[in-house]
Design a protein around this ligand. Structure first.
Ligand SMILES: [Zn+2]
Length: 84
């Protein structure tokens, strides 16, 4: 069951790799944002926590773990387009 979950997550990640938002400075996909979640929807899979998404917080504050700073996010196609 655990193996199946890991495979599923890897497949999902592969599917999504052309549809990511990344840091506009360094291109990292290791970015976070604030959002509202259902406090009672917590589940844990493979040591990672998942909550049901309830809505966005429109403060345009994002964080890049690689720059270790506040960041602006762009779609990955936009980032690659800028670098050409
Ligand atoms: Zn960055």
């Amino acid at each position: 069951m655990l193996k199946l979950t890991k495979q599923l997550k890897a497949d999902l990640r592969k599917l999504k790799k052309d549809d990511l938002v990344v840091c506009s400075d360094c291109g990292s996909e290791n970015v976070t944002e604030k959002m509202w979640v259902d406090s009672n929807s917590f589940i844990s899979i493979d040591g990672e926590s998942y909550y049901k998404y309830m809505g966005e917080i429109d403060d345009n504050q994002y964080w890049c773990e690689d720059c270790y700073d506040m960041a602006h996010l762009v779609h990955i196609s936009e980032y690659k387009g800028d670098k050409k």
